[in-house]
Design a protein around this ligand. Structure first.
Ligand code: GAL
Length: 957
């Protein structure tokens, strides 16, 4: 029989700590697999079922991560991995019976709580079926008072991988069945507490408290720290209470005492309100600087140990993230506790996504099918009731990408009835008919600019249009953090800061969902879609995070911290303007330090006294006299004291003024000498046939540079590849991706023809024409060499020839070094930077080992460029190598060529690079953009073929 809601679960209620007896059943369970539902043994009715001969499995777990051969991890983004014929699922539907024995002494009543069963569970206690679960990421409680007995009990949960409700759970992630969240037995005393509802408000500076208690006997409510004692249901003002804010998460212990049970909760006073187009918390507008967070672990699947969650939330705080959208389901119940403690605004999203119907033009979408209404309501109810007492939760989201339809309206009604205190979010219906905020994903900055000004294109329905135009705006997803990127964070932030209609934005996404695998010879890599032989899948689209699956930051996380900084500074000649970008608190928890690196090489530093600056206000502070000279002035704002998420001295913001001095070109004193096909110029030897260079040095040895060779291509990034899947609404890409356009124009495969070699009085000039086969476009490269005897100057000019039909990825000179260098440079650093990324990179003196010069993305691609460089020494282990100075350039060192990177599916596929490495000195680069899902490279960062010039100098060191 079709079961959309599950059966016999108790009414949803809030989660709270209790002094009533509880027994965690987490640990080792017995498991038995069957290939399909039809083939699963019909023996669960046996209260003495012999489970000792079964296999063993930990609970919680995602079973494909524990046992092979019973259904693999399977990644699809939107596609259903089975035929679309709701409510049916394939016969091949692995079933796992999970069983455990537990000792229990029944009291008045006993409840069994299952926090997450993916996808559908049948719960059997001592041979009696007590109910079924639907809604993988939702809590289900069953009254098992009649079934449990004193002493040993047997619990079996039969779990099917696919169910009719799989059509409602098509989130972009691995399909991973299992009993993946805690299982608990709860004693329910007769005169205990069934449920409680906290209203801890903050309006006009006044805190009020009311706690509704569902109990048969009278309950007392107290907040000992505030000296508050009240009866259940009574509302009181709470003088002396402090508000709860993500920026200052003040929690109070609440005790609810009924005769048979005492419950404890941590509460915070705050009120969410929408006032016209402004989103307010505690009467002040709030800007959500957020990320979308999935729950994934590279070894455990959907099970994420609490220590890992704590670590990732601290990491978010340390990168100035203040909000989380729990994409796309209610998270593990501990998440809201941690968010309350550490201070995050949460949008808790319901467990709903029917995106796969997009492949059949939304025919049969459950969102508009009355047969599913009860399921939609049940999901919303379970989402709201569990977490509604958390101050961190400021909005509910109906779900993700589920099209439009009446069941969404029913969900909204359900949510509002159960919790009128929080606004509703849903992005899938652009009319915003059922929500309180207008939300979009991946909108182009141009459109966001219109929305910021309230000038977006109108809806057909004038009433809905007027309503939506008056709403706050959220970008529930933007800045797709896949591979190298996202570009354009600064432009989005400027728009978010530009209007009080902007309620915030959430980067897609926090975490890559790589699964740890090893090659036969033991090298680790991140598996993605297809690596388990899935017949349909969406490749590496599952790996698009700010941190890798081990929570190691990708370079883009530092960029995000820069745009999300709580303080922004603009440094003038004599003063600095300090803007407090927080919504509720001042800056007294921060202090500032300055450091001036003078052009003469001296470094002076000191403290900068921060004045008190009110939230969303700014102040101008004079610079200390000693900080006013020429050179690069850096001001860093750091935490004054230790907090729950960072030590004292942790940097939250920085700014710089000044520029690095550009080293002078070497004097052109050396005169060229022809030696056969070689031209000697100072220490340089130039091959007059090929144009290749060698630097001779009697002490250190000659250095063959295998270049210069013009390169216009790069190993395509995920953003260059574009959204190779289904076009997203609003982003139908008719045009080719950058990768396709480059391929079509033969950009990756250029050949060189030396046009002229001229040796003058103190220079050698070589002109080459570099071009692909098939076509008549190309580039003319003119390099003018000079030398002071030691240092080789290179004046470079690259000029397009013909009508290129595509952008250039770069205008770079490539060399081959016979070693894998460490780098020591003056320029932007320490991390990688491209024209529209690298916002965290600052001017300074930096060093990096060969490994630190690379970013090993899940799928190999262009990486590691350091920009704004005026000087770099690339040296081998003995400290000898190549020195480069010049007008600001970018350099990239890679063990592999762009073609090798482009051909590899995983880093472990790359060939053994041997000793050498490839050095590319870029005079210009194309931006990165976010076309893996969203807009491409913005106009100012596009490298349309044009004349590019630069000046560098090479020295053998
Ligand atoms: C969105 C979706 C996310 C994710 C993202 C691309 O459309 O809501 O779940 O798929 O695109 O990574």
């Amino acid at each position: 029989m079709t079961d959309f809601t599950g059966s016999d679960a108790l009414a949803a209620r809030a989660r709270f700590a209790t002094d009533a007896r509880t027994l965690s059943l987490d640990g080792e369970w017995a498991v038995r697999f069957s290939p399909s539902w039809a083939e699963a043994p019909d023996d669960l009715g046996d209260p003495e079922l012999a489970i000792d001969g079964w296999g063993r499995i930990p609970v919680p777990s995602s079973w494909p991560m524990q046992a092979e051969g019973h259904g693999r991890p399977w990644y699809t983004n939107t596609k259903f991995p089975f035929p679309v014929e709701p409510p049916f699922v394939p016969d091949e539907n692995p079933v796992a019976d999970h069983a455990v024995r537990f000792d229990w002494e029944p009291g008045d009543a006993t409840v069994l709580r299952l926090e997450g069963v993916d996808a559908a569970g049948t719960v059997v206690v001592n041979g009696v079926e007590v109910g079924t679960t639907r809604g993988s990421r939702l809590v289900h409680e069953f009254d098992v008072s009649r079934e449990v007995r004193s002493g040993s009990n047997l619990l079996v949960v039969r779990i099917a991988r696919w169910a009719e409700t799989s059509y409602l759970e098509d989130q972009d992630m691995w399909w991973l069945p299992g009993l993946f969240r805690p299982v608990t037995v709860l004693d329910r005393p007769a005169d205990g507490i069934r449920d409680l509802r906290v209203e801890a408000d903050w309006r006009d500076g006044v805190a009020t408290l009311r706690v509704e208690v569902d109990a048969d006997a009278p309950a007392r409510v107290s907040v000992p720290e505030l000296g508050i004692e009240l009866a259940a249901g009574q509302r009181v003002e709470v003088p002396g209470a402090e508000p709860w804010l993500a920026e200052a998460p003040r929690l109070y212990d609440l005790v609810v005492a009924a005769p048979g049970e005492t419950a404890r909760l941590r509460i915070g006073f705050r009120t969410v309100r929408i006032d016209g187009h402004r989103f307010l918390v505690n009467d002040r507008p709030v800007l959500l600087r957020g990320v979308n967070r999935h729950e994934h672990h590279p070894d455990l699947g959907r099970v994420v140990p609490r220590a890992t969650v704590e670590h990732e939330l601290r990491l978010m705080k340390r990168h100035n993230i203040n909000a989380i959208r729990t994409s796309h389901y209610p998270p593990h119940p501990d998440l809201a506790d941690l968010a309350d403690e550490l201070g995050f605004w949460l949008i808790v999203e319901c467990d709903l996504e029917t995106h796969g119907f997009i492949h059949v033009d939304w025919r049969g979408n459950p969102s508009d099918d009355p047969a599913y209404e009860a399921a939609y309501r049940d999901r919303m109810a379970r989402t709201v009731e569990r977490d509604r007492n958390h101050p961190s939760v400021i909005m509910w989201s109906l779900g993700n990408e589920s099209g439009v339809g009446r069941n969404l309206a029913a969900m909204a009604e359900e949510a509002r009835r159960r919790d009128p205190s929080r606004p509703l979010h849903y992005e899938g219906d652009w009319t915003a008919a059922d929500t309180d905020v207008y939300s979009r994903m991946y909108a182009h900055p141009e459109e966001v600019a219109l929305i910021a000004r309230g000038e977006e294109p109108p809806l057909d329905d004038p009433v809905l249009d007027a309503r939506r135009r008056g709403m706050p705006f959220l970008l529930c997803e933007y800045a797709h953090a896949m591979g190298n990127g996202p570009g354009g964070l600064a432009e989005y932030q400027e728009l978010l800061d530009s209007s009080d209609r902007m309620a915030g934005a959430f980067v897609w996404e926090w975490l890559e969902h790589g699964i740890r695998r090893r090659t036969p010879d033991g090298r680790e890599y991140w598996a993605y879609g297809g690596d388990f032989g899935e017949p349909v899948h969406d490749g590496n689209f599952v790996a698009d995070g700010l941190v890798d699956a081990d929570r190691n930051p990708r370079p883009q996380l530092a960029d995000l911290a820069t745009v999300f900084a709580p303080v922004r500074m603009r440094i003038g000649a004599d003063e600095v303007e300090i803007a407090n970008r927080q919504d509720h608190i001042g800056v007294s928890w921060l202090r500032a330090e300055w450091e001036l690196s003078t052009a003469a090489g001296a470094v002076v530093s000191g403290e900068l006294a921060l004045p008190e600056v009110a939230p969303r206000e700014s102040a101008v502070v004079p610079l200390p006299d000693r900080a006013r000279g020429d050179g690069v002035l850096t001001i860093r704002v750091v935490t004054a004291g230790e907090s729950t998420w960072a030590p004292a001295g942790h940097e939250v913001a920085w700014a710089q003024r000044g520029a690095l001095a550009v080293p002078a070109a070497p004097a052109a004193t050396g005169a060229p000498r022809r030696e056969g096909r070689t031209i000697a110029l100072g220490s340089a030897r130039i091959d007059a046939v090929t144009g290749l260079l060698r630097l001779d040095d009697p002490d250190r040895g000659d250095l063959d540079l295998g270049g210069p060779e013009l390169v216009l291509w790069r190993a395509p990034t995920d953003n260059d590849r574009g959204h190779g899947l289904l076009p997203l609404r609003g982003h139908d890409r008719e045009e080719l991706s950058e990768e396709q356009a480059w391929e079509a124009a033969e950009l990756p495969r250029l050949t060189t023809r030396v046009e002229s070699v001229e040796a003058g009085g103190t220079f050698v000039e070589i002109v080459t024409r570099v071009a692909p086969a098939i076509f008549d476009w190309g580039a003319r490269v003119r390099i003018r060499y000079t030398s002071d005897g030691d240092v080789l100057g290179m004046g470079v000019r690259v000029e397009p020839v013909g009508a290129w039909p595509c952008t250039w990825a770069r205008a770079g000179l490539r060399f081959r070094l016979p070693f894998a260098p460490s780098a020591h440079w003056l320029g932007l650093g320490p991390g990688q930077a491209y024209p529209d990324t690298g916002l965290a990179a600052r001017l300074g003196e930096w060093s990096a080992s060969p490994d630190e010069l690379r970013t090993d993305y899940v799928r190999p691609q262009e990486n590691g460029s350091r920009r704004g460089v005026v000087s770099v020494d690339l040296t081998d282990a003995r400290g000898s190598g190549l020195g480069i100075t010049g007008e600001p350039f970018a350099f990239t060192v890679s063990p592999w060529t762009a073609a090798q990177l482009a051909a590899a599916a995983h880093p472990t596929d790359l060939p053994d690079p041997g000793e050498g490495s490839w050095l590319t000195i870029d005079l210009a680069q194309h931006g990165i953009g976010t076309a893996s899902c969203g807009p491409g490279v913005l106009e100012p960062y596009r490298l349309t073929p044009r004349t590019v010039e630069g000046r560098i100098a090479l020295t053998r060191i």
